[in-house]
Design a protein around this ligand. Structure first.
Ligand SMILES: [Zn+2]
Ligand SMILES: [Zn+2]
Length: 191
């Protein structure tokens, strides 16, 4: 077994056999409205690696589409527990916050998806700094346009602040000594 997931009331239990195929942060208007959150964490598992028990209520946000995505929530506590994307993908989408370990040690987003639908205020600095690509819709791998949104590259920002990190203390001490030395020299020369 890989990890266990459950709704808060414990009626729906989900077990997974292997790590997810893909981990995304979704900003789409369906996910954000359904979860009432500025973005959601989504771990996409191979369908055959997921076992679900307990009664769920279903809901689909695109009822007119033949290949509809079905969202399941616990029949008792009504918390969304998984998504069944169109059948041909052969996957189940689970939510790391409902995992027994809440994603500690394994959750590592690989992409932000549907950034075109994001609540601007909430593409937070932490979100920008995570160094993960931000797709307008989805990566090509997930049959999307593969187009990125223009946000500062997390890696570039990281390299700007990197010298400020504590592990460069020797550099800063040396700089301080050089400045003090230069100041001393200039002071004595002018005296
Ligand atoms: Zn979404
Ligand atoms: Zn429940």
């Amino acid at each position: 077994m890989f990890r266990e997931f459950s709704c808060p009331c414990g009626s729906v239990k989900i077990t997974t056999l292997a790590p997810p195929l893909m981990m995304t942060v979704c900003h789409c208007s369906d996910c954000t409205r359904i979860h009432s959150a500025p973005m959601i964490e989504a771990a996409i598992f191979k369908e055959t690696d997921v076992t679900i028990s307990g009664a769920t209520d279903t809901f689909t946000s695109d009822p007119d589409r033949e290949d509809k995505t079905v969202r399941h929530s616990c029949a008792k506590c009504h918390v969304p527990v998984f998504i069944h994307p169109p059948k041909q993908f052969g996957v189940r989408t689970l939510f790391p916050p409902t995992c027994s370990d809440r994603g500690v040690g394994w959750w590592k987003p690989m992409a932000h998806v549907y950034c075109e639908g994001r609540l601007d205020t909430f593409l937070t600095p932490a979100c920008i700094m995570d160094g993960v690509p931000k797709y307008l819709d989805r990566p090509g791998l997930m049959m999307g346009s593969d187009r990125l949104i223009p946000v500062p590259d997390g890696g570039a920002l990281q390299s700007l602040i990197e010298p400020l990190r504590a592990k460069y203390w020797s550099f800063w001490i040396l700089t301080a000594l050089l400045v003090a030395g230069a100041r001393n020299y200039l002071y004595h020369r002018s005296a």
